[in-house]
Design a protein around this ligand. Structure first.
Ligand code: SF4
Length: 855
């Protein structure tokens, strides 16, 4: 009897409908040949082209009397030692090769500096059970025996596999238990094929629907077990669900979709482990069909599945590495929160420190292994636990004041300024020979850039960058003139000289493809007249105009590293520097900045930044009508200014709120128009710091002192920069990565700190102000209507500026002691962003963007 299956996840269903056009839910014996045909899986070359991996193919001895085995080993370039993942592939044990389904596991190479081993086991029906099982177990033993040579820590060796590979994982883990090893740190069974009986409720529900339905499963088991399936004796390794006891297994992670054949047998397997007193973590992903994370890797559920699995691995690794101390931390009994490191999600693998644009600061230190965060590279979890009060940890590189405040074009630092810088860098990197041969530049945008690039001016920014223009020096009028010409012809002047095709109509947009490193990715390819690729580069625009090129270990464009005299990596370390030196936060930052430029250049540069902010909002006052983009959002700044001129000609204190609103609204209207804006620390949030700085310059007691202007500007901006650098380094200032809390929240926090400093706050009061402002912006989503940086962005800046003023005043009423530290709130922002649905991270797929579609 067929029972109605649970509904498929709506996002997954869209993909399933497409997949079912080429792959039937029901696979019969006669389909085997087609399944083994080309194109079912990525080739080794494709995998290697997509990732920065070191790889080797090795022939190892097979089981007694059986052929030798081909094994592939993947690791990070320069890898020394780390955890090992022994992978067994997808394919019902009747088709596929050792690379099918390995991609999520290869993520761990970068994420955990792991080594991944995958074996080409023999397939049924030519080689019925237990051939695949014995091959896999033999290769596992070989892996453990050669752990040192492979760079695997033998105490951190895991088995992992999906579908039939999940069944093999369960089987060889049982064999390791029963046959004397190897000792395993854990097993990961993904949507595992564990029970040859194939008669569970879920097996009966998934009949003629989905992928790999009940009949397909019958086909697979029949091929695999042959005549023994009906009447012969099976070992528990062949059908793990038949094991008498699951006691004595290593920690186990099991996951499965609610709408797939294997649901009930996987749930039962987890239950049996618990019943035997074992350690298992089970996840049933609602609406997930078989292999959903492989077939729809960009879907929300797929990413949640990968993230959750990765978290389990991370926790297991911490426990294995540190024993009881780490166990205390993992269980939450550590009383101090971690304050450094970044989320290890697919969208943010510890890249900030390599992504700083301009002259980032650093203290010389041993190089951090690529792809590992401070969380994984600091001396140990126990040390991390005490890090908040320690000054001994090696600091990360921090962004400098002129990294965080730069003059550019609106409307977005991540979607306009960053892509323009990336395209400019690409054009400048091409050799004369390549420039001469290039006939076209092809552009592919991924993730948020593809989703909202149209409304953020990304396309034109890329074309301008390819022409050699830079956001710092391009006037809006110049940009407009060039884009008009390019729009008509579809031709850009590559590097300012060579006419090549680069029409927006040819841009490839892949909004559902989220690059592992960051949601804002773009690929640029120079191709010749015959369409042959000459040079291809991928860049990431990571917020605030910062850009990283794929493949550069220290990939900052224009990076400049200078030792600084007073390094700090956290808020606590910043306060420690202040305590040690009796300097203010601004003075600590000033000392560090003076490592790269004279004092006059620093102060003049800061004043120039303030002047650019001032010019920006005053420009907006001259404009009327609606903002560009099609939403018909009215410009309000000019009207408000005219009104204030009447009611408040003397700029009286009771109108401070209106004046702050005016500056914030005006800056953001100018930004929305593609005008000249100071990124602070992003364009979307560019109105907050100018508005609060305006307050500092006109409404604070210090503003009444003669010639105070320059001192207020420098103290405000240097203090704000210290806070901004902490967000940049320890969380994110990218709305596409952590939502609007990373943009507006960070700017509000920076502004609160700057104002608190101008108001005479102590370093602890300043840190308190920064913390308060962010604490009450936590969770702020990014959902701009139409993908335009207008609604809610413009008003949000005004509100956040007011919040910053209040936070600074509130902090000044206290003595600097407070419950929540700035480091803790930064960590909270980071983790909240990691948990936030991608719908609310600058994709225009949720919130106001979908509920107010025709504003
Ligand atoms: S909602 Fe916030 S993060 Fe998103 S575009 Fe607007 S200002 Fe930027």
């Amino acid at each position: 009897m067929t029972i109605s299956p649970p509904p498929f996840d709506p996002e997954l269903k869209v993909v399933l409908d497409v997949v079912n056009q080429s792959i039937s839910p029901t696979l019969l014996p006669e389909h085997l040949e087609a399944l083994r045909g080309p194109g079912f899986t990525k080739t080794l070359d494709q995998l290697l082209a997509e990732r920065d991996l070191e790889h080797r193919e090795t022939i190892v001895p097979g089981p007694d009397g059986a052929p030798e085995l081909l094994v592939s080993v993947f690791s990070r370039p320069g890898h020394t030692t780390g955890p090992g993942f022994f992978f067994t592939h997808v394919g019902g044990m009747i088709f596929g090769d050792r690379f099918v389904g390995v991609e999520p596991v290869l993520d761990y190479v970068d994420q955990f500096d792991a080594v991944v081993v995958t074996v080409e086991y023999r397939l049924a029906p030519e080689h019925p059970a237990p051939a695949a099982l014995e091959d896999s177990y033999t290769a596992l033993r070989w892996t453990a025996a050669h752990a040192a040579e492979l760079g695997i820590d033998p105490e951190r060796l895991f088995t992992i596999g999906g579908s039939a590979g999940g069944g093999l994982t369960a089987g060889i883990t049982l064999m390791a238990r029963d046959r004397g090893g190897p000792v395993l740190a854990g097993q990961v069974i993904m949507y595992g094929m564990l029970d040859e009986r194939n008669d569970s409720v879920s097996a009966r529900q998934i009949d003629g629907v989905g992928i790999w339905d009940r009949t397909s499963n019958e086909t697979g088991w029949d091929f695999l077990l042959g005549d023994r399936r009906h009447g012969g004796s099976l070992t528990p390794y062949e059908s793990p669900a038949s094991a008498d006891s699951l006691a004595g297994l290593p920690p186990t992670y099991i996951e499965v979709g609610s709408a797939e054949v294997f649901r009930d047998e996987d749930v039962a397997y987890a239950s049996a482990i618990w019943a035997a007193g074992g350690d298992a973590e089970l996840h049933v992903w609602p609406g997930g069909y078989h292999l959903f994370e492989l077939l729809a890797p960009d879907a929300e559920l797929s990413r949640a599945a990968r993230r959750t699995r990765g978290e389990w691995v991370r926790r297991r690794l911490a426990l294995r590495r540190r024993g009881p101390d780490a166990a205390a931390i993992a269980s939450g009994s550590c009383t101090r929160r971690l304050t450094r490191g970044r989320p290890r999600s697919a969208a943010g693998r510890g890249l900030d420190r390599r992504w700083a644009r301009g002259y980032s600061r650093t203290t010389p230190r041993p190089p951090t292994p690529r792809g590992r965060s401070a969380r994984h590279t600091t001396p140990g979890m126990k040390e991390q636990c005490a890090m908040s009060g320690s000054s001994t940890a090696t600091p990360p590189r921090l962004a400098g004041v002129f990294d965080l405040f730069t003059i550019g074009l609106g409307p977005s630092s991540s979607h306009t300024v960053g892509p323009m810088r990336a395209a400019n860098a690409f054009a400048n990197s091409l050799s004369p020979a390549v420039l001469d041969a290039t006939a076209e530049v092809r552009v592919t945008l991924f993730g948020s850039l593809a989703a909202t690039g149209s409304g953020h001016g990304t396309f034109g920014a890329i074309q301008l960058g390819l022409e050699g223009l830079r956001p710092e020096t391009t006037l809006p009028s110049e940009a407009e003139e060039r884009l008009t010409a390019i729009g008509t012809s579809g031709v850009v002047r590559l590097a300012g000289q060579f006419a090549v095709r680069c029409a927006v109509a040819d841009f490839v947009l892949r909004p559902l493809t989220i690059a592992p490193r960051h949601p804002n990715a773009l690929t640029l390819s120079a191709v010749d007249a015959a369409g042959a690729g000459l040079v291809t580069e991928t860049y990431y625009s990571v917020g605030g105009g910062f850009v990283l090129r794929e493949g550069d270990d220290e990939g900052a464009i224009g990076r400049d590293e200078h030792p600084v005299p007073l390094p700090f990596a956290t808020g606590d370390e910043l306060l420690a520097r202040c305590d040690e030196t009796a300097l203010s936060i601004a003075e600590v930052v000033r000392r560090n900045e003076l490592a790269t430029r004279p004092a006059t250049a620093l102060d003049d540069g800061l004043v120039a930044i303030e002047q650019a902010m001032d010019a920006c909002w005053r420009n907006a006052l001259t404009r009327t009508g609606v903002l560009p983009g099609g939403l018909n959002v009215r410009r309000r700044a000019g009207v408000l200014h005219a009104h204030l001129d009447v009611v408040d000609p003397e700029r009286r204190p009771e109108f401070w709120q209106e004046r702050v609103n005016l500056v914030a609204l005006a800056v953001n209207e100018e930004n929305a128009s593609g005008g000249r804006v100071v990124t602070a620390p992003t364009n979307g949030a560019a109105g907050i710091i100018p508005a609060v700085l305006y307050y500092a310059l006109h409404y604070t007691p210090r503003s009444l002192v003669q010639d105070a202007h320059r001192g207020i500007v420098t103290e405000f901006l240097l203090t704000a920069a210290a806070v901004g650098a902490l967000y940049k380094s320890n969380a994110s200032i990218s709305g596409a990565e952590v939502g609007c809390q990373g943009e507006v929240g960070s700017a509000s926090s920076m502004a609160a700190a700057g104002l608190a400093a101008v108001l005479g706050g102590t370093p602890r009061q300043v840190e308190n102000a920064a913390e308060i402002a962010m604490e009450h912006n936590l969770g702020l989503t990014c959902d701009p209507i139409g993908g335009l940086v207008q609604v809610p962005c413009i008003e949000r800046n005004a509100l956040a500026a007011a919040k910053a003023v209040n936070a600074a005043k509130m902090a000044l009423w206290g003595d600097g002691t407070h419950h929540v530290s700035l480091d803790q709130v930064i960590a909270t922002m980071r983790e909240t962003g990691a948990d936030m649905s991608s719908k609310y991270k600058e994709t225009a797929r949720g919130g106001l963007a979908v509920n107010v579609p025709n504003c």
